[in-house]
Design a binder for this molecule. Sequence first.
Ligand SMILES: Cc1ncc(COP(=O)(O)O)c(C=O)c1O
Length: 368
Amino acid sequence: MTEKTKTTPNTYVTKPFLAPLKDYNDLLKDIWDCGILTNDGQFVNRFENLICKKFGLSNYITFSSGTTALQAAIKGLQLEGEIITTAFTWIATVSAIKNERCKPIFCDIDEDTLNIDIKKIENHITDKTVAIMPVHVFGNPCDIDGIKKIANRYRLKVIYDAAHAIGSEYNGKSILSYGDVSVLSTHATKLLNTGEGGGCVAGKKIITEKLKGIRFFGYNKDKSDIQFDGLNGKLTELQSALGIVNLKYIDKVISDRKIKYQYYYSALRDIPALSFQKIEFGKTNYSYFPIIIESKKKLFKLIDKLNNHNIYPRRYFYPSVNIFKNIVDSDERKISEKVANHVLCLPLFYDLDFDIIDQIISLVKKEI
Ligand SMILES: Cc1ncc(COP(=O)(O)O)c(C=O)c1O
């Protein structure tokens, strides 16, 4: 390792966006003064209203994580049976289904969009199927109209795992406004973060109310009775305040990523051994910059070279979730496994310096 690389700080695939500390401190003072840390406080309500206003949503119910929000959505829709989801996702999609005692059934993906292949969904529908849970992978919108047609034909519910997808759009509307429930993550790595956190947007008011009850131990509205199997799924006032200050910068965060994403893409697009995620439906939020490398040998060589320069891209999602044999029962999903074995997400975040991007680009060009 050279002297220069020894002293270079590490660059990871992402870095949490943090609003200026002063913005957060001002809100913390209010929390200290009023002494309420959780349970339907002023900041959680304010955060939910601000998200609705910003993205044109009729409701947004915060949760302690995206995973809890997915579980609450399954509870809220009272699903029991098989849920068809994609094999190319983070394990949380699968564990939420399993934790709610439903069975995940993996559908393979479209090799271009990296989202669930809607031409294959019907092959997995049985008399036990109750819902479809597609993922807007890396913020790339699914074919929502196509999925709706299938769901209507078989009377299935749709829960969108929109964990990555804040700011993405479909037909000119927030991606979160589609499906029976759409689920967001506001984990530290997401474009809008509350440290840990998540939320649901429900298509029907009755489900919004149910989700609020489920979030608070299953209580009914006046807290006189337990109406549902509940969770402690609350986002705290401290997390909500962080969300409020970070939300002010979301447009800036997305446009900065767009510039960097396009910079990478125009530098790498002509390399024959690389392929890229295709944005076919709606607008992405540029959450990640995944490259798919034809040769696995080259993938590992590139990772090594980048690591030698203190740059840590991420094999994400890897592996394809259908191969976790200890927890799921599934046979192979060829395309998802192939993509998972060859994908590499390059660093992309707000503070990322163009010098580092140039260094990454030149290493990719050299190694691939
Ligand atoms: C596709 C997907 N679904 C669900 C989740 C879970 O979100 P959380 O980490 O907020 O529980 C993640 C987290 O990264 C994710 O990538």
